[in-house]
Ligand binder design. Structure first.
Ligand SMILES: [Fe+2]
Ligand SMILES: [Fe+2]
Length: 384
């Protein structure tokens, strides 16, 4: 295996990691675009060791073993356990969601902005496109999870982790399936993968070190997804989507716990320089994920220049709250892994700069996943 020890000189600054000096440089963020909307397959080259283990003793890692046993019992069927017969009127849904959450336009002061000429029709269209975009990105992210977890099955050296990861592969296939079906049957259009999200997934899958797959996917991407699904679950008035998200979240909580429990053990044996590399990777992932939420592709589709609206959006109070809330799982999980305070608190400083450090003492998912398993597979659907 390659030696990845890094010296002090190799440690990168935040600017070098991101390719821009100011983490909030909107122009630089918006200049990253997916130019190829017609791409059919996307390949990423990755060299890594596929690990066989001859140590088959089950339960050597009791927490992973418990997760595995739990996962086997909480499988659900995306085709039959969800109420797909519910009709979704997307425009009415946009209005209903808006009424519950501050009205169309979200209380934005539109004078002198590209929205000044907008009426109800345009705001509804924006809501519809935003839904299509959001669910499309969820679906692409789920495929990222499917691929990453299959890679973990191959590359992780522990039998309990291989067993658990195999159940997660099944979970992620189901998640891709249900988001794809929801988009096809209930919404009105797909979006290609956002360039920031693709860049992040490419980085995660290209890295040859098995623990980086976990850090990128289970801790960062799935940690954010868990928070984002929770937010949408709370905001939407659409019962099918609500239930779908509830099911997916109960799986995701287990997935994030899998990351926390596996990395806790592995990180305890890494050098300070190796931990610093993990801090950099976590920071880069955090910013890439935040950048995608400007949903620039939606603005282009609506005929609005993203550069003209992005500054308005980042100042909107509920956008700010939403963007910060996305980190409510990631920050405590990074703390639990010792990533916040290693290297003189390098990651703590970065998370402070992007305004999300306040979550550090929230429940970490290694502890709380049990409480998110409230829905026994099939029962909620059967009861409704
Ligand atoms: Fe998933
Ligand atoms: Fe997942």
């Amino acid at each position: 295996m390659t030696d990845h020890t890094v010296s002090d000189e190799q440690m990168r600054t935040a600017g070098e990691i991101l390719g821009r000096e100011d983490v909030n440089d909107l122009e630089a963020i918006l200049s990253v675009v997916n130019e190829d909307w017609d791409e059919e397959v996307h390949s990423v080259r990755s060299h890594y060791d596929t690990i066989f283990t001859w140590d088959y003793e089950k339960g050597q890692r009791p927490k992973l073993d418990k997760l595995y046993e739990k996962a086997k019992k909480t499988q659900w069927n995306g085709q039959t356990d969800l109420p797909w017969d519910i009709d979704v009127d997307q425009e009415k849904l946009v209005v209903a969601n808006a009424l519950q959450n501050g009205g169309l336009g979200g209380g934005l002061d539109v004078s002198g902005t590209p929205f000044a000429k907008w009426g109800e029709k345009e705001w509804i269209e924006l809501g519809v496109e935003s839904q299509n975009w959001t669910l499309s990105q969820f679906m692409h992210g789920e495929q990222g999870a499917l691929v990453c977890t299959a890679k973990i099955v191959e590359s992780v050296p522990w039998i309990d982790a291989k067993y658990y990861a195999a159940t997660q592969v099944m979970d992620e296939a189901r998640h891709v399936e249900v988001f794809s079906k929801y988009l096809d049957d209930k919404l009105s259009g797909h979006y290609p993968i956002n360039a920031h999200l693709r860049m992040l997934l490419d980085d995660i899958i290209a890295d040859e070190r098995w623990d980086m797959t976990y850090l990128g996917m289970q801790i960062m991407v799935e940690g954010l997804a868990l928070a984002a699904f929770g937010y949408m679950h709370q905001m939407t008035t659409e019962p099918l989507l609500k239930q779908l998200l509830r099911y997916v979240m109960s799986d995701e909580a287990r997935h994030v716990a899998f990351g926390v429990l596996s990395l806790q053990e592995y990180y305890s044996q890494l050098t300070a320089a190796e931990i610093r590399e993990r801090q950099e990777f976590a920071f880069e992932a955090a910013v890439r994920m935040r950048d995608r939420f400007l949903q620039q592709e939606v603005w282009v589709k609506m005929g609005v220049d993203p550069k003209a609206v992005a500054p308005l959006l980042v100042d909107l109070e509920d956008q700010k709250i939403f963007q910060i809330m996305l980190f409510s799982k990631i920050v405590p999980n990074c703390k639990k892994l010792g990533l916040l305070d290693a290297a003189d608190g390098w990651l703590r400083d970065r998370f402070t700069e992007i305004g999300v450090i306040a979550f550090e003492d929230w429940a970490d998912t290694g502890e709380e996943y049990d409480s998110l398993q409230a829905v026994p597979a099939g029962q909620e659907a059967a009861a409704s």
